[in-house]
Design a protein around this ligand. Structure first.
Ligand SMILES: Cc1cc2nc3c(=O)[nH]c(=O)nc-3n(C[C@H](O)[C@H](O)[C@H](O)COP(=O)(O)OP(=O)(O)OC[C@H]3O[C@@H](n4cnc5c(N)ncnc54)[C@H](O)[C@@H]3O)c2cc1C
Ligand SMILES: *[C@@H]1O[C@H](CO)[C@@H](O)[C@H](O)[C@H]1NC(C)=O
Length: 690
């Protein structure tokens, strides 16, 4: 058992490098859209006869939650267009989908991309504006499809969205080749008519009719009257025309009129009515090969027999209202680094600087467990040595390679404080806020009294992360606007940083009250609540001084609960080895701190030299370890002296007794012997003599 454990541990650590962020999808199989993932995205999108419009979303993003109902309606609205275009969704919060989202440079959520028919791997699609109405979005899709078709980026099986320029009697000469066609219809309407073109798409799945649209000219207006557009011209096979005008205006009315007039029914549909998402065209397998991410299968680390990392289980406090849980913070940090940062194609310029600064603040002020702290330190050093450019893919690799028994970026564990009543609620953004509050509070508690402390530093680092990496685009923009308004100007003394973030967060809470992303079980309210901190309130206003005390209380290192965190295994060793390791770790940390200082100097940020923790009365770590070491040595010396004295006394007493009992011959000999000889040799000697 004991022998095998380290192997499991190493395996676990290796696999845990792909942090599983399990989140429930915002969509399911009842919706009129295709759920795509890393295993089938490429085969669905590339090389197929239909175009695609795909929403890249993120389960936890508030705007995605708000947008989901609309996207479902959009899917339903476009259901009949599947021969031409299909509607899909891809969840970028799923770990396995990161490489896909990185390839497509999805930097904010939700992002909507249109992929032309017969496109091949490498095409990242065309951005489609997210609009307020489903109709606006389908109109944009029509414009893009028409454009693709004009550029012959469409498919031959598509319905024709280009305006018909011929005369109505010629329409049959154009469609002769479509053998099965029995009816021809021309919709005459204003130029770029969406009603006409969406009707064409709606009816495109009936293989026995051809529908075109014609831009209304003067003669049409003269003939049918200006108010009667759109006009529908039915042309039978022998060229007889019948015009229906004035009664049908909208897409729905146009479709219904045509369906009724021609007696179209479901039986005439050649296309599958259920969405399958499977490609029906020819797909070049070579092209789509390697579309998966090549990551190893994940194994469930919970099943591994982990041993507690003792110092980390220290918290045994009573849980209170607003209890803050480390597991939420570890989840958020893992997701931030392993997902949001790693999802970038390239990180350069200001983004790399923002990444350094954020890691710097995490290393300094996050009261992380030793192994997690060690990991963050190593990752920080890595970014320092790659300060001009880091590829996201490479960053993901580095995160994997830095994992070891004593260097861990934990993988996702169930949320506790940030657990939502449904998986789409709370989670990551909640964990990120929590992390930010912990950073502002602990930077003040740790270094706030120092003259070297820069009160804006922690907030600046947080702002940098939100600006460059927080993938909820709208959240990030709001936060930046709020920051630009008064963050830097209102932070003068150390405590101001804590208060600014609290105030900002409360503004967001106020704005989001009643929003679709609000968890009904955790309504947005001004923080702290009256019930959690009665003394923080004075009638309807919050008292900053009391709030500050409250925030320091709940976010301080000592107040955090480590419940539910991933157990981190230090391979079992005997005590001696453990002590030796502790000493070695200490020295190692010293070296790291020195390296950091040297590196920082090189990077001209010397004002950021590590500050001494307040609690150590001006001794640095070396002083303290030296003291501990000397203390240990002295204890050992005193103990040994004590033992020697005791042993000797015993010996003397025994000798005295022996002398008293033994015959004279032996007694004489014994007395001649040096008192330095051991008891054992004494006995042996005696035996030999006897
Ligand atoms: C930087 C940032 C900006 C965001 N902007 C937007 C946005 O513009 N639109 C949008 O839809 N969503 C936004 N979000 C997400 C949103 O704020 C919430 O995080 C999300 O809705 C989950 O809410 P929640 O109920 O879990 O609590 P959260 O608001 O995430 O709060 C997490 C925890 O922090 C504590 N807390 C709450 N308020 C305060 C406070 N004032 N001071 C200290 N502690 C507090 C509570 O214990 C709470 O449980 C943003 C998130 C972040 C991190
Ligand atoms: C793609 O895979 C996911 C997960 O296995 C599945 O839910 C979805 O239905 C698949 N989509 C298609 C189009 O096959």
């Amino acid at each position: 058992m004991g022998e095998r454990r380290p192997v499991f541990v190493l395996l676990g650590l290796y696999f845990s490098s792909c942090f599983h962020y399990s989140a429930a999808s915002l969509y399911d199989s009842n919706d009129d859209l295709v759920i795509l993932d890393h295993s089938n995205f490429s085969s669905a999108i590339y090389g197929t006869q239909n175009a695609w419009v795909v929403e890249f979303y993120n389960t936890w993003c508030g705007h995605c939650i708000q947008f989901a109902p609309k996207w479902k309606l959009f899917g339903t609205d476009l259901k009949d267009w599947e021969h031409t275009i299909k509607v899909g969704v891809l969840d970028c919060a799923e770990n396995e989908n990161i490489p896909l989202c990185r390839e497509h440079e999805i930097m904010g959520y939700p992002t909507i991309r249109l992929f032309a028919a017969r496109t091949s791997k490498g095409d990242v699609g065309t951005d489609l504006q997210r609009s307020y109405t489903v109709e606006d979005m389908s109109n944009s899709v029509i414009d893009l499809l028409a454009e693709k078709q004009r550029a012959s980026n469409g498919s031959s099986s598509w319905v024709n969205l280009q305006p018909y320029r011929g005369s109505s009697s010629d329409v049959w000469t154009e469609v002769r080749e479509y053998g099965a066609v029995e009816h021809a219809v021309i919709i005459v309407d204003v130029a770029q008519s969406y009603a006409a073109r969406s009707t064409i798409l709606d009816l495109g799945r009936y293989s026995n009719i051809v529908v075109r649209y014609q831009e209304a000219q003067e003669k049409h207006v003269r003939e049918y009257g200006a108010a009667s557009l759109p006009a529908i011209i039915f042309i039978d096979k022998i060229g007889k025309e019948e015009v229906v005008s004035g009664s049908s205006k909208t897409r729905k009315e146009l479709r219904e009129t045509i369906v009724a007039k021609l007696g179209l029914n479901q039986g005439m549909l050649p296309y599958k009515t259920v969405f399958s998402g499977r490609s029906d065209g020819t797909v070049n397998k070579e092209e789509i090969e390697g579309a998966g991410d090549g990551q190893p299968e994940e194994i469930n680390s919970d099943k591994l027999n982990y041993e507690d990392d003792l110092p980390d289980a220290a918290f045994a406090g009573v849980e209170r209202k607003d209890q803050v849980y480390m597991v939420d913070v570890e989840n958020a940090v893992s997701y931030a680094l392993g997902h949001e940062v790693a999802q970038h194609k390239v990180i350069r310029g200001d983004s790399v600087k923002a990444l350094h600064d954020f890691l710097d603040v995490l290393v300094r002020y996050l009261p992380a467990r030793p192994a997690v702290h060690h990991f963050l330190t190593k990752l920080y050093q890595y970014t320092l040595s790659h300060s001009d450019r880091i590829e996201g893919e490479q960053f993901a690799e580095v995160i994997k390679s830095l994992q070891g028994p004593d260097s861990v970026l934990p993988n996702h564990q169930p949320w506790i404080g940030c657990l939502g009543s449904e998986p789409k609620y709370r989670g990551y953004p909640c964990g990120l806020w929590t992390t930010f509050h912990i950073l502002t509070v602990n930077s003040v508690l740790q270094d706030g009294n120092s003259e070297l402390y820069r009160p804006k530093k922690t907030l600046q680092a947080i702002h940098g992360y939100v600006k460059h990496f927080f993938s909820c685009k709208y959240c990030s923009e709001h936060f930046q606007a709020m920051y630009a308004k008064d963050a830097e100007s209102s932070v003068i003394v150390a405590d101001d940083g804590i208060l600014w973030l609290w105030r900002g967060h409360n503004k967001v809470n106020k704005r989001l009250k009643g929003d679709e992303s609000e968890d009904p079980k955790h309504p947005k309210q001004q923080f702290p609540s009256k019930s959690a901190c009665p003394s923080c309130w004075n009638g309807e206003t919050l008292k900053e001084k009391e709030v500050l005390t409250y925030l320091k209380n709940i976010y301080a290192k000592g107040a955090l609960s480590f419940k539910g965190t991933q157990t981190i295994v230090v391979p079992p060793k005997n005590k001696q080895a453990k002590v030796r390791e502790q000493l070695e770790k200490h020295k190692q940390r010293e070296r790291e701190v020195e390296a950091l200082v040297v590196n920082k100097k090189r990077h001209n940020v010397s004002e950021d030299q590590p500050l001494r923790p307040l609690s150590t009365w001006g001794f640095n770590n070396t002083d303290i370890s030296l003291c501990v070491f000397l203390y240990g040595i002295s204890t050992i010396i005193i103990m040994s002296v004590y033992c020697m004295v005791v042993i000797r006394r015993k010996m003397r007493r025994r000798r005295f007794l022996e002398t008293y009992k033994l015959p004279v011959r032996t007694e004489k000999k014994n007395n001649q012997r040096s008192s330095h000889e051991s008891l054992a040799s004494d006995d042996n000697h005696r035996k030999v003599e006897e």
